[in-house]
Design a protein around this ligand. Structure first.
Ligand SMILES: [Ca+2]
Length: 85
């Protein structure tokens, strides 16, 4: 699953998601979940991004994305945690 995220969203193949890439990724997550044409609020996204940018370098690397996804899954559906591995 993590590999798919990278294939799909790491536009410049840098190995991490910068803010723009992470925003696209998060927007698609929100769309899938809400199943509406609701877009992700950019201010909300920025707070979220900063929270998960653990080393503060302005982009989310693989470990940071994994931690973020595990947090989301914990909130929503603990049983699907296995599917990440
Ligand atoms: Ca980072």
């Amino acid at each position: 699953m993590i590999d798919e995220i990278w294939t799909q969203f790491d536009d410049d193949n840098s190995g991490d998601l910068d803010q723009e890439e992470a925003y696209k990724f998060m927007s698609s997550l929100v769309k899938n979940r809400v199943k509406a044409n609701q877009s992700l609020d950019y201010e909300e996204f920025k707070k979220f991004f900063q929270k998960h940018d653990a080393d503060g370098d302005g982009s989310l690397d693989r470990g940071e994305i994994e931690t973020m996804l595990l947090g989301i899954i914990d909130d929503c559906e603990p049983s699907s945690k296995e599917s990440l591995k």
